[in-house]
Design a protein around this ligand. Structure first.
Ligand SMILES: Nc1ncnc2c1ncn2[C@@H]1O[C@H](COP(=O)(O)OP(=O)(O)OP(=O)(O)O)[C@@H](O)[C@H]1O
Ligand SMILES: [Mg+2]
Length: 428
């Protein structure tokens, strides 16, 4: 029988070479385990990125069809077919490609097929940043031979906002000269960081936002009239529901402001930033007619209608959302009126610049805008005496009544301005 003292002490009885062998064996084992752990971690990381790569864009995935991609691809060895030659001539702009491809594939302007969007997006080179908003940076970019585009880069944290804005831009029959032209949405690897970026690519307008334009420039009465007419036309198109087989739902913007309107070269405007829109489709019976975004971002406090500020709005009523847009439109028209030069003009100011702080809270806005104070921006006295500004002033005041139901509607304003604003210019 062995006593405890008879058990050999293996650690001390090993020779130097045996100890060395043991150490090498243990180190090798540790290295293999670490390598295995690293491999597993890497696999998970890839899985994370794949999740984004797989994220279903709110678009219809269609098979990679050469007929769609070919016209969009740059040709390294020169155009190889007649079709390609025609499609890549200088007269082919991104806009014309978008419109033609949309029409031939969906027949109703529901945006480019996903594969075509990806192809275009991968041909875009970001050049410089042009702005910074709540969701990230906006870049000026160049497509192929240099046609400029705007790229709004969302971080993955704002994936929902990117998805929603893409979804709205793909609404059937949305395309209109006074709505910012959508080109493509795509997921891209960041240039510097390994972070995935969510891109929303639209037409680029070098004059920038209406806010930026009004800060640095004044308008002639004719420019003012054309600008106002275009914004109202854009809003009326957005609001309007087209009930037809391939119709268009009514859309309320919910974040209308001078920073979300872009100025085109001819000084007419288009409305952008559709991420907070709500859609209404009266034909739907299977699901709610009102399609609200499922993110909790509100509009811009300074431009919020009184019924939103005091929470009295009926959020399920589409008419109420349109009326809230009209209130914001009134503020934008007021900003434009101040910069109209009829021998004299006012300094650019944001609405309520003299009543609230630079970054007002909801409470602050509510105190000023809601009853009983019910303050509105002041229209300068001289507007009474100048026919075009007088017409504008009357419209503006009917846009910002406290009662949403009493406000003008966008189609009304469009009609009213067409009848009165342009006539008044000749007498201004
Ligand atoms: N398509 C475009 N063409 C030219 N400039 C653009 C375009 N889109 C945006 N910009 C510029 O980028 C700026 C930032 O736009 P963005 O919509 O991200 O932020 P914002 O409108 O200033 O604020 P918010 O986040 O509240 O909408 C705009 O003010 C404008 O100057
Ligand atoms: Mg914006």
């Amino acid at each position: 029988m062995l006593s405890l003292t008879d058990v050999p002490n293996t650690a001390t009885s090993l020779t130097y070479y045996e100890k060395l062998g043991l150490i090498i064996a243990l180190s090798t084992f540790a290295a293999i385990v670490s390598l295995a752990v690293l491999c597993i971690a890497y696999k998970f990381k890839l899985g994370f990125f794949k999740r984004y790569r797989r994220t279903d864009l709110p678009l219809v995935e269609i098979p990679e069809d050469e007929a769609i991609i070919k016209p969009l691809l740059p040709s390294s060895s020169g155009p190889s077919s007649t079709t390609e030659t025609t499609l890549l001539t200088e007269s082919r702009t991104l806009k014309s490609i978008c419109i033609e491809t949309e029409e031939s594939f969906t027949g109703s302007g529901m945006g480019l097929p996903l594969i075509a969007q990806r192809t275009i997006s991968r041909q875009i080179r970001p050049i410089n940043t042009i702005g910074q908003g709540r969701y990230g940076e906006v870049w000026r970019g160049a497509w192929l031979q240099g046609e400029e585009v705007a790229v709004k880069k969302f971080s993955t944290r704002d994936e929902k906002s990117w998805e929603r804005e893409t979804e709205i831009y793909l609404t059937s029959m949305l395309r209109h000269e006074n709505i910012l032209g959508f080109i493509a949405s795509d997921l891209r690897d960041g240039d510097i960081s390994p972070q995935i970026e969510l891109w929303l690519i639209t037409d680029y307008h070098e004059l920038g936002s209406l806010h930026d334009y009004l800060v640095r420039s004044i308008l002639t009465p004719a420019q003012m009239a054309a600008m106002v007419k275009s914004i109202v036309a854009g809003l009326a198109h957005l609001h309007y529901e087209i009930v037809a087989q391939r119709g268009k739902p009514g859309i309320a913007h919910r974040d209308l402001k001078s920073k979300n309107i872009l100025v085109k070269k001819d000084l007419t405007c288009c409305i952008g930033d559709l991420g907070l829109c709500v859609r209404y489709d009266s034909r739907r019976t299977d699901s709610p007619r009102l399609d609200m975004p499922n993110n909790d971002k509100a509009g811009t406090r300074r431009y919020l209608a009184p019924e939103i500020l005091d929470d009295s709005i009926n959020v399920n009523n589409f008419e109420a959302w349109k009326a809230a847009d009209v209130y914001s439109l009134g503020l934008v028209l007021w900003e434009i009126g101040r910069r109209t030069d009829v021998g004299v003009y006012e300094k650019y100011q944001l609405p309520y610049y003299d009543a609230v702080s630079a970054d007002p809270s909801l409470e602050e806005m509510k105190r000023v805008v809601c009853e009983p104070s019910g303050v509105r921006p002041t229209c300068p006295n001289r507007w009474e005496a100048v026919p075009c500004l007088n017409v504008l002033q009357r419209v503006v005041k009917e846009c910002w009544y406290a009662n949403g139901g009493a406000r003008l509607t966008a189609p009304n304003i469009k009609k009213n301005l067409a009848a009165n604003l342009f006539n008044s210019i000749h007498t201004s």
